[in-house]
Design a protein around this ligand. Sequence first.
Ligand code: ADP
Length: 454
Amino acid sequence: MFEKVLIANRGEIALRIHRACKEMGIQTVAVHSEADEEAMHVRLADESVCIGPAASKDSYLNIPAIISAATITNADAIHPGFGFLSENSNFAQMVEEHDLTFIGPSAEHIKLMGDKITAKVTAKELGIPVVPGSEGEVVDEDHAIEIARSIGFPVIIKAASGGGGKGMKIARSEEEFREVLPLAKTEAKNNFGNEAVYMEKYLQRPRHIEIQVIGDHHGNVVHLGERDCSLQRRHQKVLEEAPSPALNDQQREKIGMTAVKAMTKLGYRNAGTIEFLFEDGEFYFIEMNTRIQVEHPVTEEITGIDLICEQIRVASGAPLSFTQEEIKRRGHAIECRVNAENAFTFVPSPGRITDYHAPGGLSVRVDSAMYSGYSIPPYYDSMVAKLIVHGKTRNECIMRLRRALEEYAIGGIETTLPLHRAIIEQTDFINGDYDIHWLEKFVANRSEEVKKTA
Ligand code: ADP
C-alpha cells in the first residue's frame, strides 16, 4: 500500500480524498494555488505545496509543478479527483513515467474515452447500445443530412472533445442543420482546440442514467448500480439519486451486466462511469467518464462501499475487496449540489462566508470544504458543497432531505439551496416523474412567475 498520496485537486473532492487516505493510514500532500492558502484541504493535509498563481492553468493544471511537488515530498501516488487533470491522458502517462502511481485508469483508456467519437465507436464494438447518429465525425454535410433524415430530426451536434455540457447544438430541420454545423465546428475549435463534431438523434424526453463500474489489475470488474442524474441545467447535473425511480430490477441488472461485460473485455481498471440516455425502456450510451464523479456519494450511501478507498486499493495492485454478488443495495440516496450562485438566475456569488451551519443527524452527509469566515475565490467551479441524504425508502429520503435543507444555513453568499428546497416540493419530483428537460422548464416558469409578481 502507498505511504503518501498527493491530491491534485482542491475543494470538497480534495478533502474527500484526504479523508479516505487518513482512514487507510496514508499520509497526504495537498497542492494549492496562491488563492487557496486558507483552503480546508490545505489546512487538513499532512503537507502542502503551493504550485502557482490563482489561475487554474498556472496551478491545478500545471503538470510540471504538480509532479515536482510529488517528487520533493516523496509521494508514491497521485489522486487527480475530478475536473482539472483527471481526464488528461498526458498527465496520467507523465505521472507513471516519474515512477509515481496514477490513481485512475490507464492513460490509454483515458485517451480512448476522452474523444467522444472514439468512445462511441468503442462502446458499440463492446456491445453497448449507442444513440443512432453519424458513424464518427461529421465531415460531409450532405451525407450527414441524409443520415439525419433517416434517423429523423431533431438531431444534436456534439463536439468530439466537448465536456461540461458545452459544445452542443440542436438542429430541428435541414436548414437549421446547415446553419449551425459551421458554428458548432468553430465553437468546438475555440473551446476545445478540436473542430471535430459528430451528430446523434436528439432524444425528446430521456432520463440520464449512469452506471458506476470499478475494476482491478487482476481482470475483475463489477458494477455498483445506477444513478439517475436527469435533473440538469444547461446539461449540467443539479440533483442526483440512486436507485433511479424509472428503472425496474430487470432493466437495472441488464444494463449493469452489459457495462461489466464491456469493461471486462476492455481490461478497464479503477473507477469509471458509463453514461446513458434512457427512453421508452431503451438505453443509449452517450459517454464514459474515466474518473471518480461528483455524484459518487449516492452510490456509496446505498452500497456502503467507499469508492475512493477502493480506487486507492486497486491502484496499489490489490484485488477488489468485494465481488459482484457481495454488493448489496440498501434504501435510497439523493445528492444536492450546492453552488455559490443565485438559485434561479445562476449568477455566481463568490465571497466571504459569514455564518455556516451544516445539517447533521442520522444519514445526513455534507461533503464540503466550507467553513465560517472562509472566502470562496472567484476563479474556480462554483460548487461548494454536496448534501447527501439516505433513507430506507425514497419517501423517507425526501422527508429527511427536506429537513436537512431547512437546517442548512450559509450566510454571506447566495447559494442554490433555495432551488433544491423548491424542487423537492414539486409533485413531479415526488413522483419521480421527470426527464432531462424538466428542470430547465421548471426554472423558466419560476422566473416568469417572479417577473409577473415584481
Ligand atoms: P458532456 O460531456 O458535456 O457532459 P454528454 O454527452 O455527457 O456531454 O451530455 C450531457 C447532457 O446533454 C446529457 O446528460 C443530456 O442531458 C444531454 N444530451 C446529450 N446527448 C443528447 C441526445 N442525443 N439527446 C438529448 N439530450 C442529450
